[in-house]
Write a protein that binds this ligand. Structure first.
Ligand code: MCN
Ligand code: FES
Length: 907
């Protein structure tokens, strides 16, 4: 141990520390300064940044032995507080930079260090600074941070008044403005407690959990011996499947009757088999995390290893054994049949193109790893806090496995350091439940980054074969498709994902005749979970690449070929649905001059060493779960104003702002300010079921439910003369104060066995344009500029929507060029998995909006969350082809792949 005196945020502190401990743990665990966030703990993400004697320091990799006695440590808490914000924090709020906010304290510290050293940086210098200091943001594409630092610098130099960094309300409206989200102040000051922060602040007798996990991908379990682990220091209990009261399975809630599985395929704690690397076999409950992890190492699991099928083709091989005995590895098939048989049409077509594509197992790469806690609440309910973005959904999925009566189970969402969809699956909820039920104690579990990477779901790879037939003018007449989905070992929503292939391959174009077949395949790679734009990046990689291939074959411009085929009145989607709006023509017309200018730029700036190119793609996604999806929300009149209750779970996208903006707009007749609207969200004991925050559904579904609840409230308040009763009058008259709002997309219908139907009431539309630079010597692609035209209906909050688009495009760039989770060892860190840093994302991202009002959206809104990740990657691969002649069909387009194409003349 070492006695050390530090000036922490200028306050002298004497501490006794383990010299081998890292500074992050001392700040967080000993001083409870939880503004310093624990992200990757590997020096890759910058969430833990602090200044030590003015120097930028990653606290997670700095040992206490290296910190001099008397050092000054500055954390985010010392830079500004909620009532005394630093200009950097004000600028972050004004620019909407904090989405999930988990990275924000690290960026505040980093920006402070930069501006201390260089008060007048250029934009390029700000980007370089963040790049070199490894500050990762997965939500906002970095641009809002750069914009904010430039503004803060102006204020600090005295060139702009500090008041210019404060948001000024616009005409008493919240809807359609840049109103900052309610959680923004807490996010930029580090005062928002995420799961891991809450865990540190739990009562001292809380048990800390560690998992015993499989280190192989497929095996029979012969025995589990916990005896030695039980005798290890600090251990309270070691739990196995025998300690699970219920069915010990998480139900995948099979969506379709033709699924050959029953959905009960995912163990909570493995009993007979290991299905994938990382599967949980036992839980150690101990007094400290270190003790729990040490004891977990001592659990002996005897295994009989089985062949591991790490891709769909491997699991489909004739000699492959069944991963779940009794269920074939290909457990679901989805047909699509629209219009006439395509075979004869292909034969008579003027042009036919076909190709094969592979989209990789994209990792979500949230900065915050998975985390949760559980306890019995004051009413004896098992209460589980997690990053769940589907509280009621997960409730149904885990209750039978745990063996608990539904009314005795309560789920709560913690502030989440983003999920991008991986938390559409339950992850550790059931494990926390098992531990709390078996011990009767409060429990806490946090995955380290390696566990987070290997034992949470990923985007499912698709292997796609596709063929287009067009007439001699380039009008598409037929499409054939075949796709295999590698869904990992667990079936949850695998059938739905396979249907997404049918719904979005070829979407955007009027293709009258389609035939295709997709299949869901169980494999032993990591399980497939939702990921933003779910199924559509895979679908569009095929159809938007093939569209360019068709243009090339015909010798026409790919932009104009698309323009010829886009949805116009009379056209239908691949599922035979008439789109709810026809905005593509306007969107393409808006982009055309920019496209022509970009082509000219590329031609002018290409050299022998650097080839420049331009690529186009379009993207579409539905808002909602298939068919007549719906939501419930409540509005309650209080003395202070109105309280809204809902389960609009927040990944970081802005559920708080979405709720506030929608409710304020609906309540305009009451003439109340946004500060009078209180939000109660995301706790099954307190709020109704608004459905999961997936499928970009919440602004539409929950937004409509909020609107209806507010309308019902105002109707209840309305006097015969049309004026409103006050709260006191309502109470005096004994009138109800709380009103329910329910809304259902009754205009939508589920798809039939031929994938025909009207699955979504509302869609989002986008056209993407990438301008790239390919270095001929290395094959390295850089995106110079990205332009998007987006129609997300009427916009609730401009800051949020801009931020959604920046972040989605950044993830599309990662998907195109660097991200993968294939090699379990190499790809299980942020860096190894190819997370994009600041310089990988262009500073020049241009967003153009076409705000076509949606008849069924609240105040005309559609959704936005997933649109920007539907097909930006295809614009990039199309641009690489345009620049170099090399077509990349298997992502990511890493430099070596592009270089190989350049060298072997595959272009
Ligand atoms: N919005 C708006 N105006 C519109 C449409 C939407 O202001 N016309 C706002 C909404 O109020 C909301 C946000 O945009 O704050 C997204 O709304 P919506 O598209 O309805 O999506 P959800 O709220 O259902 O959020 C889920 C969606 C999905 S499915 C994933 S995955 C996702 C995403 O949003 N994951 C995210 N965005 C994310 N953003 C962050 N930072 N982190 C994630 O994990
Ligand atoms: Fe940066 Fe979420 S706001 S990681």
């Amino acid at each position: 141990m070492r006695k050390i005196m530090l000036y922490v945020n200028d306050v002298p502190r004497t501490l006794v520390v383990d010299p081998a401990a890292n500074l992050m743990d001392v700040l967080r665990r000993q001083l409870l300064l939880t503004g310093t966030k624990d992200g990757c703990e590997d020096g890759h993400c910058g969430a833990c940044a602090v200044l030590v004697d003015g120097k930028y320091t990653l606290a997670c990799v700095t040992k206490m032995s290296k910190i001099p006695d008397g050092a000054h440590v500055l954390t985010v808490e010392g830079i500004g507080t909620p009532d005394k914000l630093h200009p950097i924090q004000k600028a972050f709020i004004l620019h909407g930079a904090a989405q999930c906010g988990f990275c924000s304290p690290g960026f505040v510290v980093s920006a402070k260090a930069l501006l201390d050293a260089n008060p007048a940086p250029t934009r390029a210098e700000v980007r370089d600074w963040f790049q070199k200091r490894h500050n990762v943001c997965r939500c906002n594409g970095y641009k809002p941070y750069v914009d904010a630092v430039m503004d803060a610098a102006r204020v600090l130099r005295g060139e702009m008044p500090e008041t210019a960094l404060e948001y000024k309300p616009e005409n008493g409206r919240v809807w359609g403005t840049n109103h900052p989200r309610p959680t923004a102040v807490a996010k930029v000051t580090g005062t928002l407690d995420y799961g891991s922060d809450l865990g540190l602040k739990m009562p001292p007798d809380t048990l800390r959990l560690a998992l015993v996990q499989a280190k192989v991908s497929h095996a029979n379990i012969l025995s589990i011996d916990t005896s030695e682990a039980e005798t290890m220091p600090g251990v309270h209990a070691v739990l196995t499947h025998k300690d699970v009261k219920g069915k010990n399975r998480i139900t995948g809630l099979i969506t379709f009757p033709t699924n050959k599985g029953d959905g009960w395929d995912r163990p909570i704690l493995c009993d007979e088999k290991v299905f994938q690397y990382g599967d949980a076999i036992a839980i150690v409950c101990a007094d400290t995390e270190d003790h729990a992890r040490a004891a977990a190492e001592k659990v002996v699991v005897e295994l009989e290893e089985l062949p591991a099928y790490m891709s769909a083709p491997a699991a489909m091989a004739e000699d492959a054994i069944e991963i779940h005995p009794g269920t074939p590895n290909v457990y679901y098939e989805q047909r699509i049949a629209k219009g006439e048989e395509t075979g004869p049409l292909m034969e008579s077509a003027g042009y036919v193109v076909e190709d094969e594509f592979y989209l990789q197992r994209q990792p979500h790469l949230t900065v915050e790893p998975d985390v949760g806690l559980a306890y019995y609440d004051e009413e004896g309910r098992l209460t589980i806090h997690s990053k769940s973005i589907g509280l009621y959904l997960h409730h149904a999925m885990i209750a039978p496995g745990l063996g608990i009566e539904p009314e005795k189970l309560r789920l709560v969402q913690n502030p989440a350091g983003a999920t991008f969809g991986y938390k559409f699956s339950p992850t550790m909820e059931a494990l926390l439940g098992v531990a709390a039920m078996a011990t009767g104690r409060s429990v806490f579990l946090r995955y380290n980054y390696q566990q987070h990477m290997t034992y949470t779901g990923k985007r499912s790879p698709f292997f796609v074969k596709m063929k287009f037939g067009a007439d001699k003018d380039g009008k598409l007449i037929a499409m054939e498709s075949d796709w295999s989905v590698d869904h990992g070992p667990y079936s949850e929503f695998g059938d739905l994902l396979t249907l997404r292939g049918a719904q979005f391959m070829g979407a955007g174009y009027d293709i009258p005749n389609i035939r295709g077949l997709g299949r869901t395949v169980a494999t032993n790679h990591v399980w497939g979970s939702a990921f933003r734009a779910y199924g559509s990046p895979q679908a569009f990689l095929a159809s938007e690449s093939l569209m360019d291939e068709l243009a090339e074959k015909m010798g026409v411009d790919p932009f104009e070929l698309r323009y010829k085929n886009i949805y116009r009145p009379g056209a239908t989607t691949p599922t035979g649905q008439a789109p709810e709006v026809y905005s593509f023509e306007e969107m393409f017309d808006l982009l055309r001059p920019k496209y022509q200018a970009a082509l000219q730029r590329a031609e002018e700036n290409s050299t022998d060493a650097h080839k420049k190119g331009v690529g186009i793609s379009l993207g579409i996604y539905g808002c909602g779960l298939d068919g007549p999806d719906g939501a419930e929300a409540w509005a309650e009149l209080t003395e202070a104003g109105v309280t809204i209750y809902n389960s609009w779970q927040d990944h970081g996208q802005g559920a708080d702002m979405g709720t506030l903006g929608t409710a304020h707009e609906a309540l305009l007749p009451l003439e109340i300010g946004p500060e009078q609207i209180k939000l109660v969200m995301n706790d099954t004991a307190r709020v109704p079921n608004s459905g999961p925050s997936g499928g970009s559904r919440s602004q539409v579904m929950t937004g409509n439910a909020i609107r209806v609840a507010c309308e019902n409230l105002m109707e209840g308040m309305c006097k015969p003369d049309g004026s409103f009763r006050t709260y006191q009058e309502m109470v005096a008259e004994g009138l109800p104060l709380r009103y329910v709002g329910k809304w259902t997309a009754s205009m939508a219908s589920n798809c039939d066995e031929n994938a025909q139907g009207a699955p979504f009431a509302i869609y989002m539309y986008g056209v993407f344009m990438a301008e790239v630079d390919v270095e001929v010597k290395t094959g390295k692609t850089t995106v110079d500029k990205f332009t998007i035209v987006a129609d997300v209906g009427k916009i609730n909050n401009k800051l949020v929507v801009d931020g959604q688009i920046y972040g989605g495009i950044a993830q599309g760039i990662g998907l195109a060029l660097s991200e993968d989770f294939e090699d379990i060892k190499k790809h299980s860190t942020m860096l190894g998995a190819g997370v994009p840093f600041a310089r990988d994302i262009p500073d020049d991202i241009e967003i153009l909006y076409v705000e076509t009002p949606r008849q069924n959206g609240p105040f005309g809104a559609a959704g936005v969350g997933e649109l920007p990740l539907t097909s930006p990657h295809v614009a990039i691969v199309n641009a690489i082809k345009n620049a170099t002649g090399v077509r990349i069909t298997h992502l990511p387009a890493r430099p070596e792949k592009v270089l190989a194409g350049l060298n072997n003349g595959s272009h």
